[in-house]
Design a protein around this ligand. Structure first.
Ligand SMILES: [Cu+2]
Length: 388
């Protein structure tokens, strides 16, 4: 089952006073969400959705839509509560004044059928979250949360020029308890909350392979990862060794970049990373969910990562050796500067799997290889090749 729970928000925008833009967002809070999980379990959820300005209707998603702004923007977010209970939007980590902070008992509850307008300036780039702050444990568990992204000084920067990227991926980690989401009027004591489903962007591990969650890149890409944890447990992100990863920001503020292989993200925390592939590979970012009451591992999610070659020819341009296509499915075409030449297929441990001697430009039959990443060595030239 493929679900697109995430979509980039389209906001109306126009120049305001020369300081960034004014961006208007029209949201509704609702309690009528229905979701079929990967295993067929049907749940209800509460959440936020974009209000259609023609029909006045909104469909909520879990998590809510990503709210994306530019540095310096003034945002004006209208929340229309079309549900039977009060809700708010708390801007987690954003520097807003008390009236716009969305903590019901200290600012304003948005009662049923009311309209409330939040307004603030996006003064710091970074990764933030929004969530309801009425009966917070329940309303959070029911799905009333999403990501806020404030881009850096330019659209392809997390912050400044040192955090330039070519591809961006955001991951919001959360949990779901079946009893709470099937029986929200009597969910049981919060102290007994147990995570039945562990999610990345609202999807369990069994779904992430088939979703927009997958990281797909080429070896020349610089990747930006935004990670945020809205769950009740902590999350440990473990990066594949083929990625060189630097944590560059914590909770929406720059830090001195720290090279990292794994990082624990506690509830409410966000981290931003810049990652560069060291080679062509297929792997995963493993996400462990940890119960903070006893440090037990609750389970893991895998975010698939596929890094492909930029072109079929990965060699330097001085060499006339060519290998294509890459990735391939059955055969590769090879051409060498001199013949005969040995074409060696080597696995990631350096083991020679196959040697074919070719007398001229040839198709090399590699149907007997399993899917994966190999090295093709031809004279002094080595190519990384991927079998799909
Ligand atoms: Cu709420």
């Amino acid at each position: 089952m493929k679900r697109f729970l995430y979509y980039i928000l389209l906001v109306s925008c126009f120049q305001a006073n020369g300081q960034g833009s004014l961006k208007e967002v029209f949201l509704q809070s609702k309690m009528d969400g229905e979701l079929t999980l990967y295993d067929g379990t049907e749940i209800v959820f509460w959440g936020y959705g974009i209000e259609n300005q023609t029909t006045g209707l909104a469909k909520i998603s879990l998590p809510g839509p990503i709210l994306r702004f530019d540095l310096g923007d003034t945002t004006r977010i209208q929340l229309r509560n079309t549900s039977p209970e009060a809700h708010t939007i708390h801007w987690h980590g954003l520097d807003v004044d008390q009236a716009n902070d969305g903590v019901g008992h200290t600012s304003s509850n948005v009662i049923p059928n009311a309209l409330f307008t939040y307004e603030f300036v996006c003064s710091e780039p970074g990764t933030y979250m929004y969530h309801c702050h009425v009966l917070t444990p329940l309303h959070l568990a029911m799905g009333m949360y999403g990501l806020v992204i404030v881009s850096g000084e330019a659209p392809d920067l997390l912050y400044d020029n040192t955090t330039k990227y070519t591809k961006e991926f955001s991951f919001l980690f959360s949990e779901m308890n079946l009893n709470w989401n099937t029986n929200p009027l009597s969910p049981g004591p919060f102290a007994l909350y147990e995570a039945d489903y562990l999610m990345v962007n609202g999807m369990s591990d069994q779904e992430t392979d088939f979703s927009d969650n997958a990281v797909v890149a080429t070896e020349d890409d610089t990747l930006a990862f935004r990670m945020a944890n809205i769950g009740y447990g902590s999350v440990r992100a473990i990066f594949p060794p083929e990625l060189e990863v630097f944590a560059v920001a914590s909770d929406g503020r720059r830090i001195t970049p720290v090279e990292t292989n794994e990082l624990e993200i506690f509830p409410g925390e966000r981290f931003d990373f810049i990652a560069r592939p060291l080679q062509v590979f297929e792997g995963v970012i493993s996400v462990d969910y940890i119960d903070l009451r006893n440090n037990n591992l609750l389970g893991s999610n895998d975010i698939p990562v596929t890094v492909t070659s930029t072109v079929g020819l990965t060699n330097d341009t001085m060499s006339p050796s060519v290998v294509y296509p890459n990735p391939f499915s059955e055969t590769v075409h090879v051409e060498a500067p001199i013949y005969p030449v040995n074409v060696d297929i080597i696995d990631n441990t350096g083991k020679l799997l196959k040697r074919v001697t070719v007398q001229s430009a040839s198709e090399v039959d590699l149907r007997d290889l399993a899917k994966g990443v190999y090295h093709l060595k031809m004279d002094a030239d080595v190519f990384k090749i991927i079998k799909r």
